[in-house]
Design a protein around this ligand. Structure first.
Ligand code: HEC
Length: 123
C-alpha cells in the first residue's frame, strides 16, 4: 500500500516537473523569437526604408509619414497594410518585394507598426 502511494507521488512530482519545464520553455521561446524578429525588422528598415522614412518621417512627401496619425489618416491601420505597401509600393513610392526577401515585408511592417505605436521614440 505504502509503496504504491510513493509511486503515486513520484508520478505527480514528475508530472509537475515536466509541466514546469514546458511552461518555462514556452514562456522563453516566443520572447526570444520576438526579439530576433524585431532586430531583423529594424535592419530591413534601416537598409530599405530609412533613406526616405528617417525616424518614421517622409523626406519626399512629408504628410505621408509613418507616424500613427498619418497612417490612420491614410487608412493604414494594421501591420498587414504596411507590409502590402512595402511589397507593392504606393503612389510614387515603388515596391521593395525583391529586396525584402521571404517574409521581410511582414518583419519590417511589424517593426514599423510597433514604432508607430511608440511614436518612434527609441528605447
Ligand atoms: C525612395 C524613397 C522611399 C523609400 C526607400 C521608401 N518609401 Fe515609403 N514612401 C515614400 C513616398 C514618397 C511615399 C508617399 C507615396 C505617395 O502617396 O505618393 C511613401 C509612403 C509610404 C507609406 C504610407 C504612409 C502614409 O502615411 O500614407 C508607408 C507605410 C511606407 N511608405 C512604408 C515604407 C517601407 C516599409 C519602406 C521600406 C521597405 C519604404 N516605405 C521605403 C518613399 C519611400
Amino acid at each position: 500500500m505504502k509503496k504504491s502511494l510513493n509511486f503515486f507521488f513520484i508520478k505527480i512530482r514528475d508530472f509537475l516537473l515536466i509541466s514546469f519545464c514546458c511552461t518555462f520553455f514556452y514562456l522563453c521561446l516566443p520572447k526570444e523569437l520576438n526579439a530576433f524578429e524585431k532586430d531583423l525588422g529594424e535592419n530591413l528598415f534601416k537598409h530599405n526604408c530609412s533613406a526616405c522614412h528617417i525616424n518614421g518621417g517622409n523626406i519626399i512627401r512629408r504628410s505621408k509619414n509613418l507616424k500613427i496619425s498619418s497612417l490612420k489618416r491614410n487608412g493604414i491601420d494594421n501591420p498587414e497594410a504596411i507590409a502590402k505597401i512595402a511589397r507593392q509600393g504606393i503612389g510614387i513610392m515603388s515596391g521593395y518585394e525583391d529586396v525584402l526577401g521571404d517574409n521581410g515585408d511582414q518583419l519590417v511592417a511589424n517593426w514599423v507598426w510597433e514604432q508607430a505605436q511608440k511614436a518612434w521614440v527609441q528605447e
